[in-house]
Design a protein around this ligand. Sequence first.
Ligand code: GAR
Length: 208
Amino acid sequence: MVKIAVLVSGGGTNLQALIDAQSCGEIIGGEIAAVIASKPGVYALERAKNAGIPGYVIARKDYSDSRAMTVALVDKLKELGIGLVVLAGFMTIITNEMVEAYPNAILNVHPALIPSFCGKGYYGLHVHEEALKYGVKVSGATVHFVSEECDGGPIVLQKAVPVEEGDTPETLQRRIMEQAEWKLLPQAVSLFCQGRLKVEGRTVHIAE
Ligand code: GAR
């Protein structure tokens, strides 16, 4: 069984999708062993508690810099025996120490079709604001492995979602969550836990 840690910063709807998938037996070969929040009081921690999953807080403000916070995070993950780290709306900068400790074992969900609307500064609602500003007719979500480059790691799964007339950042965000993020993230996690993801350069092969 792969022990999974889900890192969160906010509402935690993607965490909830993972919890629900686990309850339905859809996370094959893995179990959510910990939820780690970047600040106290976030609703995602409540979701973890309701599901009986241990919750922890590792906050940037308690450390001198991002590196020190990342090292503390890695120490915690190792102590818990975590084999897969999932960034599910985790909005704090983590440094290379994390990628070095978990090469091709950190998954991130991004609310756009990478390489569009991604990279430094593109997070949360802002991604959808930019997509609407640009006038795209299709956006979507991407689950990818985390590498040194922000939003630049090998892509595991993507799903396109249409932009509709009159969309606001909020309505587009909701549609992308419902139609793409909440489906792709549990699928990718399950594929990882079954050992079916093989990374070759930038390409992720999915074994049958
Ligand atoms: C999600 O839309 C996720 O894709 C996005 O933040 C939201 C978190 O929602 N992540 C990023 O923008 C990362 N670059 P949630 O807390 O309800 O899962």
